[in-house]
Design a binder for this molecule. Structure first.
Ligand code: GLN
Length: 465
């Protein structure tokens, strides 16, 4: 059985094909090819086979089958899975085995999906290339000399490499959309509050959402419909809404700021050309959203500030790796955090602590929050005129492993994706062809709870690409 999509696989399995055989064939592919790609930190071989057998028996008993019947899902390693270690790509949590499932995991299991493995990621989701993992970098299945994007690079590579038809990622500032773009798949960052964060290990909690990744829009929507929904265990969870567009062509606004400084020429030219092609089926207009120019610094101040607070709990006493006990409390704390965290994580904890410190709070953190409000208001105004906003997902093409060493240069990769996180709006990346032989993603943003519009437009774009 070699189905092209998750929906095909589900239908074949529900129709009688063996779930066990399907899972075994994927596990074999992982064994053969993931040695090079390194998309998984943990492959759940035994539990996946056991779950597959149970599903075969369930179908045999003639019971009602779930919407993800028999579908293996690759899960980012910052989403808690009961009995399966969840490392966050960090030495700090190398041996952490959660005693409970995240709500999204509960939901996919109830829908008859199978967790096939836990995927590689930048440590604590800090990065855009999956090179910051304690477990080594993931390679891009389309070109193994290049990065898959990040921080959910393992999830994207698992889908693109044919190891699992669906994956879960998490997106704080682009971590679903960036690797989706670099690996030429579809990835959705949902509306803030649409998907429960219960069981997601926090990096910057006011910005992040768990979301679906798949090889096409329909599969992505299928997984989103399973994981979305209000959850009383997450106090940022919202009652679900839905936004519809008027009849006729969808109106798409293209901010000129999405094509300014930092955007590689090959990407800008390609996306502009693709937008021209889209203008037959959509109504496309140019807009200007000046506040977008400040999105990146505001994002990094807020994200690092929240990180410095969220990561304070990892001291080897309450949580995380415990090194040698030495002397007093300070020494023990420094020892444990010194060996448990990697360079990028330490850098962000230090910068975030600085931004929140008494004398500087107004200058950095409070200012960043004000910019965040401006961006939300600017986008809100744009959505009065347009149904969707479009631009490139990434300002650059997938780069070589080890090519970008300057942290600022990597931060710059997020200029297109962070506005959606600051504003809490949903955004999707859809493949829109190749430039210089490398994949380019188109990003669409919608007003809160406008995921339906993203899928509708996404299906049209898939046809055009
Ligand atoms: N690259 C961004 C960062 O490092 C986004 C990461 C993410 O979305 N988790 O913060």
């Amino acid at each position: 059985m070699t189905p092209k999509t998750a929906i095909d696989a589900r239908d074949e399995l529900a129709g009688g094909a063996s779930v066990e055989e399907y899972v075994l064939s994927l596990l074999e592919r992982i064994r053969e090819r993931d040695r090079t790609i390194n998309s998984f930190i943990t492959v759940c071989e035994a539990s996946a086979i056991e779950a597959a057998k149970a599903l075969d028996r369930k179908r045999g008993r003639g019971e009602k089958l779930g919407p993800l019947f028999g579908i293996p899902v690759a899960v980012k390693d910052n989403i808690c899975t009961i009995g399966i270690r969840t490392t966050c790509g960090s030495r700090m949590l190398e041996n952490f085995v959660p005693p409970y499932d995240a709500t999204v995991i509960k939901r996919i299991k109830e829908a008859d999906a199978i967790v096939i493995g836990k995927t590689n990621m930048d440590e604590f989701a800090m990065g855009s290339s999956t090179e910051n993992s304690y477990f080594g970098p993931t390679r891009n299945p389309l070109d193994p000399t290049r990065v898959p994007g990040g921080s959910s690079g393992g999830s994207a590579a698992a889908v693109a490499g044919g190891f699992a038809p669906l994956a879960l990622g998490a997106d704080t500032g682009g971590s679903i959309r960036c690797p989706a773009s670099f690996c030429s798949i579809v990835g959705l960052k949902p509306t803030y509050g649409a998907v429960s964060r219960y069981g997601l290990i926090s990096y910057a909690n006011s910005l992040e959402q768990i979301g679906p990744m798949a090889s096409n829009v329909d599969d992505c929507e299928l997984l989103f419909n399973v994981i979305r929904g209000y959850d009383p265990r997450d106090n940022t969870s919202l009652p679900q809404g839905r936004i519809e567009a008027k009849e006729g062509k969808l109106r798409i606004g293209v901010p000129k700021e999405f094509f300014m400084e930092g955007v590689q020429e090959a990407v800008g030219v390609h996306v502009r050309k693709f937008l021209d092609k889209m203008s037959g089926v959509f109504e496309i207009g140019e807009i200007s959203l000046p506040s977008l120019a400040y999105a990146l610094p505001a994002y990094y101040i807020i994200a690092m500030s929240e990180a410095s607070s969220n990561l304070a709990r990892y001291d080897g006493i309450r949580y995380g790796l415990r090194g040698e006990d030495g002397g007093d409390w300070n020494e023990t704390y420094c020892n444990n955090r010194g060996i448990g965290f990697g360079r990028e994580v330490k850098r962000r904890i230090i910068l975030g602590t600085f931004a929140l410190s008494a004398g500087y709070r107004n200058r950095y953190y409070i200012r960043a929050q004000k910019i965040r409000t401006l961006i939300r208001e600017d986008l809100g105004r744009a959505f009065k005129e347009f149904d969707l906003i479009a631009g490139p997902t990434m300002p650059v093409l997938p780069f070589k492993i080890g090519e970008k060493l300057d942290p600022l240069e990597i931060y710059m990769c997020d200029i297109e994706t962070v506005p959606a996180n600051l504003a809490g709006t949903p955004a999707i990346s859809i493949p829109c062809g190749m430039a210089n032989g490398l994949p380019v993603g188109l990003q669409l943003m919608a007003p809160p709870f406008g995921e339906g519009l993203l899928f509708r437009a996404g299906r049209i774009i898939e046809e055009l690409a």
